[in-house]
Design a protein around this ligand. Structure first.
Ligand code: 13P
Length: 258
């Protein structure tokens, strides 16, 4: 895996106006450094309401930034008040979709079966699924990290062909590290990423497994991103808090895409 992917998950932050202000700063920075960006990729997941405006801005400015969603419905259409389908997201310019974030699992009771359906919906619309998995602090204390990760993967990816799995991106986000300032050490994160890679190798073979980017998420910041990304199975980062301020996000990009 040669490319490094930095994904901003804005969660429930930023209006359309604030999104545009952020992207203007990012665009200025990227245009100053077109020649030294290396092989890095930048993805941004604004709230649903700002996706169309963000995608339009990126298109007009000719930026190589992917815009995506933070969630998608588990059904293609129908009487599901408040849900947004994969086709609707695609139509407004999303090209990827975060699925199974721990906040969706814990605060909105999303279970493995629903997460599996969401992945199927995204794949059917050619929306790249960014599947999030990760253990709680209790599960870690109980020594169940490997078991939890393998079971989340098995449920979410059940029955997918190699062609489907190759389109995925997976983020390891230990719940105890999200928004807490407690980052996993590079060694702990690598251990978990190796569990994920091994699972993919076992199910779909090494050629497929190495094509799937594995991202780390949980209190990523400029001080820790470089050491995390040095690990062999960490191909990028999923960033919450530090992706909200354009200056901080640009600082992260500079740490990585040199
Ligand atoms: P923080 O970077 O704020 O810990 O959030 C991580 C996250 O949940 C990204 O999806």
């Amino acid at each position: 895996m040669s490319r490094t992917i930095l994904v901003a998950n804005w969660k429930m932050h930023k209006t359309i106006e604030e999104t545009k202000l952020f992207l203007e700063v990012l665009a200025r920075d990227l245009s100053e450094r077109t020649s030294d960006r290396g092989t890095g990729e930048i993805w941004i997941a604004p709230p649903f309401t700002a996706i169309a405006a963000a995608a339009q801005f990126i298109r007009e400015q000719g930026l190589t930034v992917r815009i995506g969603a933070q969630n998608v419905a588990g059904q293609p259409q129908g009487a599901f008040t408040g849900e947004v389908s994969a086709a609707m997201l695609k139509e407004v310019g999303a090209s990827f979709c975060i699925i199974g974030h721990s906040e969706r699992r814990t605060l909105f009771q999303e279970n493995d079966a629903l997460i599996h359906e969401k992945i199927r919906m995204a794949l059917a619309q050619d929306l790249l699924p960014l599947l999030c998995i990760g253990e709680s602090s209790v599960e870690r204390e109980q020594g169940r990290v490997k078991e939890v990760l393998r079971s989340q993967l098995a449920a979410a990816l059940r029955g997918l062909t190699s062609r489907d799995v190759e389109k995925l991106c997976i983020a390891y986000e230990p719940i105890w590290a999200i928004g807490t300032g407690k980052t996993a050490t590079p060694e702990l994160a690598e251990e978990a990423h190796a569990v994920i890679r091994d699972f993919l190798v076992q199910e779909w073979g090494r050629d497929v497994a190495v094509k799937i980017p594995l991202l780390y998420g949980g209190s990523v910041k400029a001080e820790n991103i470089v050491s995390l990304l040095k690990q062999p199975d960490i191909d990028g980062a999923l960033i919450g808090g530090a992706s909200l301020d354009p200056q901080l996000f640009v600082q992260l990009i500079r740490c990585v895409h040199t």
